[in-house]
Design a protein around this ligand. Structure first.
Ligand SMILES: [Zn+2]
Length: 274
């Protein structure tokens, strides 16, 4: 890994048991969630690779081209605000002094399976950075400009009220981003935008397009080791194949198709896209 460049990982929930059911959230929830045991083995892989977990300052340094001061690193992030990410993964990270980013969907706070306001307030700000992941987790690129503005501004002010500090990081739900979403995000006050594009950072879009790769329940330590070397070619090839129907059908139809392909009934509550 070249100093100054970094791979960013995105996790969702990390649950204490090896098996876990999300009830009617179904397999689309479960496939992006890992057990505490698997998560700890991932942290071992990161330590074994000699990478440090980038905090806010180190990430900014990398994005600004600070190759000399910053050694090789990896960025860890958690989307949606799942309870296990905050109550199970964060303590495991804190034990090892590893930094991470948590992106919270504000309407989910306090709901079943999701972190409470108290738990979010307890996250140590010297290690953990909190950003927005929208109010409702709707796919932003399919919304009107007013609705995008509301999703981004309202989630930001709710988190700032909750934490008592500025919130300037955004992770786009489902990675559904485009020029309009980025412009509104900048106008609302986000200076860094995390996406689901696959690749090494900094990308050509720099802080407005921080690429991330999604960790799944079946991500093995060997796969993770490969990602940490910067090799995500296999995943890019797969995304390119899936990206064709996504462009042709549009995001909403694609989501329905994807759930059908995963063997789920259409119409179930769907919390996130890869
Ligand atoms: Zn999400």
């Amino acid at each position: 890994m070249i100093p100054g460049r970094f791979i960013a990982l995105v996790y969702h929930d990390v649950h204490p048991e090896d098996a876990f059911s999300y009830g009617r959230l179904g397999r689309s929830a479960t496939m992006y969630h890992v057990s505490h045991r698997a998560f700890r083995s991932h942290l071992d892989v990161i330590e074994g690779a000699g990478l440090r977990c980038l905090d806010e300052a180190a990430m900014r340094d990398c994005l600004a081209g600070g190759r000399t001061r910053t050694g090789p690193g990896v960025l860890l992030s958690f989307d949606d605000g799942w309870r296990g990410a905050v109550e199970c993964a964060a303590p495991a990270l804190a034990e090892r002094g590893m930094a991470a980013f948590f992106f919270i969907t504000t309407d989910f706070v306090g709901r079943r399976f999701f972190a409470t306001t108290d738990a979010l307030r307890r996250l140590d700000p010297s290690l953990f950075t909190i950003g927005s992941h929208g109010v409702t987790h709707r796919m932003l690129s399919g919304l009107s400009s007013d609705a995008i503005h509301a999703e981004l501004a309202d989630s930001r002010s709710r988190l700032e009220d909750l934490l008592g500090r500025p919130v300037t990081y955004l992770s786009v739900p489902g990675g559904a981003t485009d020029r309009r979403v980025l412009d509104i995000a900048a106008a609302v006050g986000y200076d860094h935008v995390f996406t689901s594009a696959l690749g090494m950072n900094p990308t050509a879009d720099g802080r407005r397009g921080i690429a991330r790769i999604g960790v799944k329940q079946d991500t093995t330590p060997a796969t993770l080791r490969r990602w940490l070397t910067g090799d995500v070619r296999r995943e890019r090839a797969r995304a390119a194949l899936l990206g064709v129907p996504k462009r042709v059908l549009g995001m909403r139809t694609y989501s329905r198709l994807r759930r059908l392909l995963l063997g789920e009934a259409v119409g179930r509550e769907h919390v996130f896209e890869p």
